[in-house]
Ligand binder design. Structure first.
Ligand code: CA
Ligand code: CA
Length: 128
């Protein structure tokens, strides 16, 4: 009966069973969290984006429930920081963009915004 040589291989006490992080698809950024800063009071960090709002193949929007509001936080430039946030609550819809001095609040019982039109003299859009 032939004998087979068994290679003398080291056997670790605790084998490495971790699975490497697959990382982002080639050419796509990876964000595991959405930083909201002051755009979502009380929730500076949300989960990673799961919605591709502009259909470019890259998820950019996180949908979350914070307190009694539905929050949609969108990262337009894929840097992990929300650039636009819409908070839908029981009393109003609040939208905020990075760099805005104040968020815009539209209460549910408020009259609709007047239609916008172009001033023929200046070419500027005017509302009201
Ligand atoms: Ca997208
Ligand atoms: Ca961003």
């Amino acid at each position: 009966m032939p004998e087979f040589a068994v290679p003398d291989l080291p056997v670790p006490d605790h084998p490495d069973v971790t699975v490497p992080d697959p990382g982002p698809p080639a050419g796509h950024p990876w964000t595991a969290a959405m930083l909201t800063g002051e755009l979502v009071p009380g929730a500076p960090v949300l989960g990673g984006p799961t919605v591709d709002s502009d259909a470019d193949g890259v998820t950019d929007t996180t949908v979350a429930e914070v307190s009694d509001e539905l929050v949609l936080a969108t990262d337009l430039d894929h840097d992990g920081q929300a650039d636009a946030v819409t908070r839908i609550g029981p009393d109003a819809v609040v939208t905020a963009h990075t760099g805005d001095a104040e968020p815009r609040e539209h209460p549910w019982d408020a009259l609709p915004l007047p239609p916008a039109w172009v001033d023929p003299r200046t070419g500027e859009w005017i509302r009201g």
